[in-house]
Design a protein around this ligand. Structure first.
Ligand code: C5P
Length: 246
């Protein structure tokens, strides 16, 4: 069970390692302290550099969110979650909620009875790249917001640890799911930051105040002239906000 210790409080920023090469990753990690942040490895980096780099990043002391969004039959997803935990030792891993209840339960139970550090297993609800018209084309007649809440409930019922959600969804989901259900939120920007391709953004303090547990921040830190100073600014912005007490 996650308790928000002082350490948790210092490590609520997850830096997105959206790079294609090991060299760029290691150059950035040289400037970051694993006591002050966690990191996210997604599909681009994993596909380019593979499990070896995940292990290398872990050896440097960083907690890793492996953002591979598993979506397959239950047995295959359970195996992938086990491999992420046992072979790679990751701190967090995610699966697509739309894989359905059996798949989510298989993911949540993948490590039961196995004596190992349990990663947080969280769900992806509706990709923020999809609008209501896209959903309708996929046969979903509800709005994306309704679908997000439905899939988040399904994740909770299947015993997942939380969901990834956009800043615009945090407050609604926190109201729906009080307590220990983790909300992990990208699309975070300080007032002066370039938005890049993020359409709706929120400031770090506001996102935490709305109920986010972890903030995923990429370019404002990874492309900063001084990534360490940028991370320090994000940490200082959220330091006044007490973490979710659960
Ligand atoms: O650079 P930036 O801060 O926009 O990076 C945000 C990170 O969060 C990227 O790795 C992106 O893929 C991820 N993400 C997102 N929006 C979502 C889900 C994930 O921006 N809805």
């Amino acid at each position: 069970m996650l308790t928000h210790t002082e350490e948790e409080n210092r490590k609520r920023i997850i830096v997105a390692l959206d790079f294609a090469t090991e060299k760029e990753v290691l150059r950035l990690l040289d400037q970051l302290d694993p006591d002050n942040c966690r990191v996210k490895i997604g599909k681009e980096l994993f596909t380019s550099c593979g499990p070896a780099l995940v292990k290398k990043v872990g050896k440097r002391g960083f907690d890793i969110f492996l953002d591979l969004k598993f979506h397959d039959i239950p047995n295959t997803v359970a195996g992938a979650v086990r491999a992420a935990a046992l072979e790679l030792g990751v701190w967090m891993v995610n699966v697509h909620a739309s894989g359905g209840r059996a798949m989510l339960k298989a993911a949540a139970g993948a490590l039961s009875g196995i004596d190992s550090r349990q990663p947080h297993i969280i769900g992806v609800t509706v990709l923020t790249s999809l609008n209501d018209r896209d959903l309708s084309e996929l046969g979903v007649q509800d709005t994306s917001r309704e679908q997000v809440v439905r899939l988040a409930r399904l994740c909770r019922d299947a015993n997942l640890g939380g969901v990834v959600c956009s800043a615009g969804e945090v407050a609604t989901l926190r109201k729906e799911m009080p307590g220990e259900f983790l909300l992990v939120t990208p699309g975070i920007r300080r007032p002066g930051d370039a938005r890049g391709d993020q359409k709706r953004v929120m400031g770090p303090a506001e996102a935490i105040a709305a109920g986010a547990d972890y903030l995923v921040v990429g370019r404002p830190i990874t492309r900063a002239e001084d990534p360490q100073a940028s991370l320090a600014e994000f940490l200082s912005a959220i330091s006044g906000n007490p973490p979710n007490p659960y």
